[in-house]
Design a protein around this ligand. Structure first.
Ligand SMILES: [Fe+2]
Length: 189
C-alpha cells in the first residue's frame, strides 16, 4: 500500500474536511515520531507510520454513534488491503473500546499523538490569528494542564509518551507541533 492508495481510501470514507485535516495532522506527526525513534531511517518504514496516521480515523463517519466499532469498520470495507501492522495500530488506537491493546512503538505513537493533534488545533483556534505559527510548546503544555480547556482531548494518552515511547512530554509536544506547522496550509491553520 502506498500513500496515494491510503489517501484514496481515506477520502472514500471520510467527507468532513476537518476530519481529513485531523488525519493529515496525525500523518505528519507519525512521520516525525518515526524519525525521532528510528535513527536508522528507512523511507518505506516512515511511510508505514505515516499511512497509519492518515488512516487511523478513516472509519470515523462510518462508526458515528458506535464508538465501540471505531477503528474496526475500515477492515470490513477494504478487506485485505491494509497491512496487518497498520491495521493493528489503527484498532489499538481506540483500545479502551476495541480491547486491541497497543504493543509496538507505532501502536503507541498513534495512540499518544492522536489526542495531542486535536489539542494543538484547539490552541491555534484561541489565538487571535487562528494560526499554528505563533504557538510554542510551552503554550500547548500550559493548556494541556488546564483540564477545563478542550475537554474533548484526553490528556492520559498524550502523557503516556513518556512511559510508552520514552519521549519526555515537552519534546513530544515540540515534535508534533513542529510537524503540524510544516503542513499548516494543508491544515487550514
Ligand atoms: Fe484521531
Amino acid at each position: 500500500m502506498n500513500r496515494d492508495d491510503a489517501f484514496k481510501i481515506l477520502t472514500t470514507f471520510l467527507t468532513n474536511e476537518n476530519l481529513i485535516r485531523h488525519c493529515l495532522a496525525a500523518e505528519v506527526a507519525m512521520r516525525a515520531l518515526y524519525a525521532r525513534l528510528n535513527p536508522e531511517f528507512k523511507k518505506e518504514e516512515e511511510d508505514v507510520w505515516g499511512i497509519t496516521g492518515l488512516l487511523h480515523d478513516a472509519d470515523y463517519e462510518l462508526s458515528k454513534g458506535h464508538p465501540e466499532l471505531h477503528g474496526l469498520l475500515l477492515f470490513d470495507r477494504v478487506p485485505n488491503q491494509i497491512p496487518e501492522n497498520i491495521a493493528h495500530a489503527i484498532k489499538a488506537h481506540n483500545y479502551s473500546y476495541t480491547k486491541v491493546i497497543p504493543e509496538t512503538p507505532m501502536d503507541w505513537a498513534i495512540t499518544c499523538a492522536d489526542q495531542l493533534t486535536g489539542l494543538i488545533v484547539a490552541c491555534a483556534l484561541i489565538h487571535p490569528e487562528k494560526k499554528l505559527t505563533p504557538l510554542t510548546p510551552e503554550f500547548v503544555i500550559k493548556r494541556l494542564n488546564q483540564n477545563g480547556f478542550a475537554k474533548g482531548a484526553d490528556r492520559t494518552p498524550i502523557k503516556q509518551c513518556e512511559e510508552k515511547l520514552g519521549i519526555p512530554l515537552e519534546e513530544f509536544v515540540t515534535i508534533v507541533l513542529t510537524a503540524m506547522k510544516s503542513i499548516s496550509p494543508d491544515l487550514g491553520l
